[in-house]
Design a protein around this ligand. Structure first.
Ligand code: FAD
Ligand code: FES
Length: 283
């Protein structure tokens, strides 16, 4: 533990306000057989969230499960005009099943916004984002941010089937070009995706890549970003306890600097969840 503490000396302190607040639930509807979209009303502190940050959500107690630990959830959409935050989540275990019971008029206890989000170099021209499954929830606000910065965005949405493709509307409304690949259609494998990305880059050079939710996509983008000389970031998911940088439950090994063999340790909740792709060790 001392060794880990020594290695983490000098990591950035909190540069964002983290607030625990009650968020009134506006809606919580199924978008397909596995995912729900939770929309809550938010005050200024919540709406100050940036692309790639997340909230730590208290899930209501259910039967014998008190759901003591909060569950980390990315912000899928920050709608500052309407004063709303959207969370797109997969209903899978006790916590998310309890979240799925929230009704309009209920209150969601949320802690956030937490973590370091995406940062785009100012001169970025063409952002490629590739997300699989719920990884798309995390990438959507990056499209809003990149387009506001004047960049063009191509989003590749990968899913098991067309019925599980999500986030298309949000991305298209933000102004992204959307390309859908599915396992059903046999075009979501790494070889097909690599071919698509190479053709895209030849037609309109990509200078920033982002991904979330899949190790094989991360490895593909790590390879291509190096070859193309493009910058890249990845949003990681890791089991969390406090999400406040204190419990060390979410520590992972990273390269000390891009491409280096030497490793260091970082907290996904605090130094991340968004990291430089070249420093991230694939799993
Ligand atoms: C920064 C961050 C952002 C996330 N954003 C989203 C999001 O936008 N939408 C979404 O659906 N999910 C997201 N997740 C994953 C989400 O937190 C987990 O799915 C959730 O905690 C599962 O809770 P549960 O009680 O339903 O499931 P559990 O019963 O705890 O576990 C069910 C399954 O989910 C896996 N799981 C549990 N916790 C995590 C976790 N922290 N990360 C990855 N897998 C986990 C378990 O290994 C198990 O396979 C995010 C995770 C992190 C760390
Ligand atoms: S979850 Fe506690 S330090 Fe990251």
């Amino acid at each position: 533990m001392q060794m880990m503490k020594d290695r983490m000396e000098g990591v950035p302190a909190c540069t964002f306000p983290v607030v625990e607040a009650p968020y009134p639930v506006i809606s919580n509807d199924w978008v397909n057989g596995e995912y729900k979209l939770l929309v809550v009303e938010a005050e200024a502190a919540g709406l100050a969230a940036r692309a790639g940050q997340f909230f730590h959500l208290a899930c209501p107690p259910e039967g014998e499960n008190d759901n003591f630990l909060r569950r980390p959830m990315s912000i899928h959409r920050i709608d500052r005009e309407r004063g709303q935050l959207h969370f797109l989540y997969k209903v899978q275990g006790n916590g998310t099943r309890a979240l799925a019971t929230l009704q309009p008029g209920d209150t969601l206890d949320a802690l956030g916004p937490v973590g370091q989000g995406f940062s785009l170099p100012a001169a970025t021209q063409h952002v490629l984002m590739v997300g699989r499954g719920v990884g798309l929830a995390t990438l959507a606000p990056l499209a809003q941010m990149a387009i506001a910065q004047g960049a063009k965005v191509t989003a590749v949405l990968s899913a098991r089937s067309q019925a599980l493709v999500m986030g298309r509307q949000v991305l298209e409304e933000a102004g992204a070009s959307v390309h859908v690949v599915t396992d059903d259609n046999s075009d979501s494998d790494v070889v097909s995706l690599e071919g698509f990305i190479r053709r895209l880059h030849a037609a309109s050079p990509v200078d920033f890549m982002a991904t979330c939710g899949s190790n094989r996509l991360l490895m593909l983008l790590q390879k291509l970003s190096e070859e193309f000389g493009a910058a890249g970031q990845v949003a990681l998911e890791q089991r969390m306890g406090c999400a406040l940088g204190m419990c060390i439950a979410c520590v992972r090994a990273f390269r000390k600097e891009p491409g280096a063999e030497a490793l260091t340790y970082r907290r996904v909740c605090w130094e991340g969840p968004v990291f430089d792709m070249r420093e991230t060790v694939a799993w």
